[in-house]
Design a binder for this molecule. Structure first.
Ligand SMILES: [Zn+2]
Length: 1031
């Protein structure tokens, strides 16, 4: 290693055992390439010259061991206290923590001594504090930032969780934080490093996103204890993470550093009000004199730590949770430490200690010009002891996890309609509409104690409150936008409780209108289900044609539901009319569904693509058949539960909010049989299964659907017997899977998992169940040479394959003991969290073509249509203009491989558009994995007065988006024309590889700011394409 003479900095190389896949081997034949972001540095990197953003870094001693002290605080955006309680320092009896005082105190202390440095991370807190400061203080802080004495690391709104988060929401939350920094501090505020010191395991997609956002390095604290000990021994605490199997290196390469002591200070060296370590006493006459002892201890510590790292630089995190409320204590002692330790250099010491930052530490590593080994898998699951696997939180608080995912869906709808309708969405007949509150609430939810389900109960309630508060202004926005775009001021109403069949308007009105908005870049057919009174209805499509409809009984209730299939154009809506038909009685055939057991030995449902067969004696699903492709697989599905450990003689570790530890490795079945009832109508076929008083399921097929839908309802989980329970849904098949299964990473790329195995070290498996659990954000699958069984989830869950041919997902958990990781409460939800309903979508395909199904279906689930009701008869928006019942924001649909990730208003004159290729290399059947070229052009016919300012920016030959006028009211609303023409390929970045985000156009006007969240950070090259559209 290091033999290559090219003057590159931190770069990837071979040599990592087990980390060198075929791609790396082939790379080894070529000159190793540095991570993309480092190319940027190299342009200006020369001895003695500081690269942009690094010019303020402190001077080091090249011939000594340099110890970089990083003064920091870790401020959770909610955990034991709510966000507001932490910020203001309320409930200090629960946990002493007040972020406003921390920032006050740190700023004052930085001013005392110019060499002092501090990093700050959580912009949710910082921005709040900032807005409360005087102009004079703000100016002082700007100065500190300019001088590098206050540096931002990470810079997201929160430090997001990596297991239970979807990549779309991660990008949104990073954008929010980074945008604040850019607007407030310009380029001085730009974070250079990603800093995820606390999340409980690290996903590959997170590293890929950080690399594409343009970060130069990634630091974290937690990894498996076995992994860490191997890494220390091999000096592999620092590596290049090659974080995508589809993106051509070095696009998703990111230098990654494991911090030596999680994120805490070394033992005995914590000088905070929250610690009890002795301060420096320099007076030798004092009986408390300890200066020499502390200096000797430090020198020994630094030398020992330095051995695990490859350069003559090492880093120490001097701070921890909510520390620095009295920053003087910390800084005063760090000043002394630096002074006294460096004074030893006169006596021959080769240790140099300094105030630094992670970016400045990274800068020195970059200059060391080494070649680093490469890692290609991820850091899941995380264990901090033989029986301590942090795999419970993958499933903790499933109701909150679903609410978060549903809110992601709604936020995208809100953002899109704000972009499509323009300012009319914000101010209109229904009041002030605003997407910002939901955007902020969603960002907060990504925090590693929020969507992870690891906060206290009252904090989880507060997270839900924040989401709910964000929905309100978005609903107003939707009403304004829909009125503007449809031309009709309907009395819009939003049924937030459709999942439990509650919607007052549809249940009482004799006629009403249903507006279905489709946030996808393609037309969608969607089965609408609305609770109604017992009547027959005529349902008419936007053209006034009657479409088939049905009334069925909702599962486990007496509520009737109206069903009809709606067809909705891309990025647009359709308005359907529903009218009660007078004088006719309700359908008889659905009122009294029969148990088929009594008359038939065949219990099955089917449509044109699938047949699902159930055992007539047990009522369990036993077989799935793909009729289209002639594939048949016996699949037995049932619910089981693990008895949560409360500790045993091997370990006192209990199962809790973070930790999953079953008492016995074999789960118990909830019930060997289910009471069934069958519903068959032209529009739906369902088998209702009742397993127990707290566990039921509807297995469902709609016409035209290529997946089997399993809608489960679990809870309240009974714990009166004193046993905490962790409920799973398990599919058992005969597939010969050889220990392999596959899970997604944050809903995006897929990782192969092998039971009882880790790709980079020899695993000593100590928990055969919990140690094989992985995060499942959107899908898990198993396959053999012929068949693939895929299960899509509607929220993040933990999952595994513990036997060949088997797949399981943990749907709910209720526990009686705390697991000793700080939260201090058992995961014993009360109220709305106890009863959970969710869906698993099951697909049976050939392995070669499976991705076509699961990619497109997962996209459809993530961005499901939004249903909005109105009584009908709304006044026209513009007098004399006929309302429209159908609208599309696209003139032409996006090709199936292109996912419309973001369409949002950026500012008064700019829209943000993110597109991505949603298939991995070699994944899609046909040409779905092939590169795609899109020509983005706003419809010329609607181009208004500012045509002369048409901007040609970005890439050669890439036609700029034309300005779109809002000067005169357009009854149709603006149309964003995304023209797909193949093959063009004449503009740089226009032929993205599969898995890449399309490089549509990079708007350089914003400099770096939104880029880390939106693409194009370092050097303006990012695969998260961002396009400025002049309005
Ligand atoms: Zn934390």
């Amino acid at each position: 290693m290091g033999a290559d003479a090219r003057p590159v900095g931190v770069r990837a190389g071979g040599g990592g055992r087990g980390a060198v896949g075929p791609r790396t081997s082939s790379r080894a034949l070529q000159p190793p390439l540095p991570p993309l972001s480092f190319l940027f540095l190299l342009l200006v990197a020369a001895p003695g010259v500081r690269a942009a953003g690094y010019e303020t870094c402190p001077v080091v001693h090249p011939d000594m061991l340099n110890v970089h002290l990083v003064a920091h605080t870790h401020d959770d955006v909610g955990w034991l206290k709510t966000v507001d309680q932490y910020f203001y320092g309320i409930q200090n009896d629960v946990q002493h923590a007040g972020v406003q005082y921390i920032l006050d105190s740190v700023i004052s202390s930085l001013l005392v001594e110019p060499t002092r440095r501090f990093i700050y991370v959580e912009i949710a807190f910082f921005s709040r504090w900032w807005h409360q400061q005087t102009n004079a203080t703000q100016e002082v802080v700007r100065d500190l930032v300019r001088q590098g004495r206050l540096e931002f690391a990470n810079g997201g709104w929160v430090m997001n969780d990596e297991a239970a988060t979807h990549y779309g929401a991660i990008i949104d939350q990073m954008t929010l934080g980074l945008r604040f920094l850019e607007n407030t501090f310009g380029k001085d505020g730009r974070p250079r490093v990603a800093w995820h010191i606390d999340p409980f395991g690290h996903s590959r997609e997170q590293a890929s996103l950080f690399a594409q956002m343009g970060f130069d390095g990634f630091f974290f604290g937690r990894l498996d204890y076995q992994d860490k000990s191997v890494r220390k021994e091999k000096q592999q605490m620092e590596q290049v993470w090659r974080a995508s199997a589809s993106l051509e290196p070095p696009v998703a390469d990111l230098f990654t550093s494991v911090l030596p002591n999680n994120y805490n200070p070394p033992d005995k060296l914590c000088w905070d009000t929250l610690c009890a370590d002795k301060p420096f006493v320099e007076d030798p006459r004092s009986p408390e004199y300890n200066a020499k002892e502390l200096v000797d201890y430090f020198l020994q510590l630094a030398t020992a730590q330095g051995r695990y790292y490859r350069t003559n630089h090492t880093i120490m995190t001097m701070g921890s949770d909510f520390q620095y409320e009295n920053a003087n204590m910390w800084f005063k002692n760090l000043d002394r430490l630096i002074q006294l330790v460096n004074a030893q250099q006169a006596n021959g010491s080769r240790v140099n200690v300094l105030y630094s930052t992670p970016a400045c530490y990274l800068w020195e590593l970059n200059k060391a010009n080494l070649t680093w080994s490469v890692k290609q898998d991820d850091f899941f699951p995380y264990a901090d002891g033989p029986h301590k696997f942090w795999t419970g939180y993958f499933s903790s608080r499933p109701a909150l996890k679903r609410y978060e995912r549903l809110s992601y869906n709604f936020l995208q709808v809100c953002n899109q309609l704000e972009a499509l309708a323009g300012p009319a969405a914000n101010v209109g007949p229904y009041g002030s509409g605003d997407s910002a509150p939901l955007n902020e609430a969603m960002a907060v939810l990504q925090h590693h104690d929020a969507v992870s389900g690891t906060s206290r109960q009252h904090v989880a309630n507060d997270y839900a409150r924040q989401l709910a508060a964000g929905w309100g202004p978005c609903e107003v926005l939707l009403s304004n936008a829909l009125a503007r775009l449809s031309g009709s001021k309907g009395d819009f109403t939003y049924c937030r409780d459709l999942n439990i069949s509650v919607c007052p308007l549809s249940q009482t009105a004799k006629s009403f209108q249903v507006t279905i908005y489709n946030p996808l870049g393609r037309k969608v057919d969607w089965m609408v289900r609305l609770p109604v009174s017992e009547h027959i209805f005529d349902v008419r499509d936007p053209n006034g044609t009657i479409v088939p409809s049905d009334v069925v009984i909702a599962p486990s209730s007496d509520i009737s539901e109206l069903l009809f299939s709606a067809s909705v154009p891309a990025l647009g809506f359709s308005v359907y009319s529903v009218t009660q038909v007078p004088g006719r009685s309700s359908h008889a055939h659905n009122r009294h569904p029969r148990s088929q057991k009594s008359w038939s030995r065949v219990l099955a449902i089917q449509n044109e693509y699938l047949r699902a067969r159930f055992d007539p004696d047990t009522g369990l699903l036993v077989e799935l058949e793909n009729l289209d492709q002639n594939l048949l697989l016996p699949v037995r599905q049932a619910f089981y539960w693990y008895n949560a450990s409360v500790g045993n003689n091997l370990s006192t570790q209990a199962s809790g909010a973070y930790i999953f530890r079953p008492d016995r490795q074999e789960p118990l079945i909830v019930s060997h049989w289910a009471q069934t009832r069958v519903v068959k109508t032209p529009l739906v076929q369902e088998v209702h299964q009742n397993f127990s008083a707290w566990c039921s399921q509807v297995v469902r097929l709609y016409p035209g659907q290529r997946h089997l839908e399993l809608e489960w309802t679990v809870g309240p989980i009974p714990v009166g017997d004193g046993w905490g329970k962790e409920i799973i849904s398990r599919f058992d098949t005969v597939l010969e899977t050889k220990g392999l299964f596959y899970t997604d990473s944050n809903g995006r790329e897929i990782l192969e998992r092998r039971r009882d195995y880790r790709p980079t070290w020899k695993l000593n498996q100590t928990e055969p169940v919990a140690g094989n659990y992985y995060p499942v954000n959107s899908r898990i699958y198993i396959r053999d040479g012929k068949l693939q069984l895929t299960v899509l989830t509607d929220r993040s869950q933990g999952g595994s394959s513990l036997k060949d041919g088997s797949v399981e997902l943990m749907v709910h958990r209720r526990l009686l003991k705390d697991d000793g990781r700080g939260v201090g409460e058992p995961l014993l939800e009360e109220g709305s969290g106890v009863w959970v309903r969710g869906r698993h979508l099951v697909l049976l395909d050939k392995p070669q073509t499976a991705a076509t199904g699961h990619r497109l279906q997962a996209e459809k689930e993530l961005l499901a249509p939004q249903v909005v009701l109105a009584p009908g008869g709304g006044a026209p928006y513009h007098p004399g203009v006929t309302p429209r019942k159908q609208f599309s924001g696209l003139r032409r649909e996006l090709p199936p491989s292109v996912h419309l990730l973001t369409l949002a208003r950026w500012d008064r004159t700019t829209l943000l558009l993110r597109l991505e290729h949603q298939f991995a290399v070699g994944e899609g059947s046909g040409n779905l994995s092939s590169p795609v070229t899109l020509d983005l052009r706003v419809r010329r016919a609607e181009v208004g007065r500012r045509q002369g300012r048409d901007r040609e920016r970005g890439e050669r030959g890439n036609p700029a988006l034309s300005p779109l006028s809002r000067a005169q009211p357009l009854p149709t609303g603006p149309v964003l024309h995304l023209h797909h023409h193949v093959p063009a390929g004449d503009h740089a970045g226009g032929q993205p590889a599969p898995g890449q985000r399309l490089q549509a156009q990079v708007d350089t006007r914003h400099g770096w700011g939104p880029a880390p969240g939106a693409g194009g950070c370092a050097g303006g090259v990012g695969m998260l394409a961002r396009t400025g559209i002049e309005l």
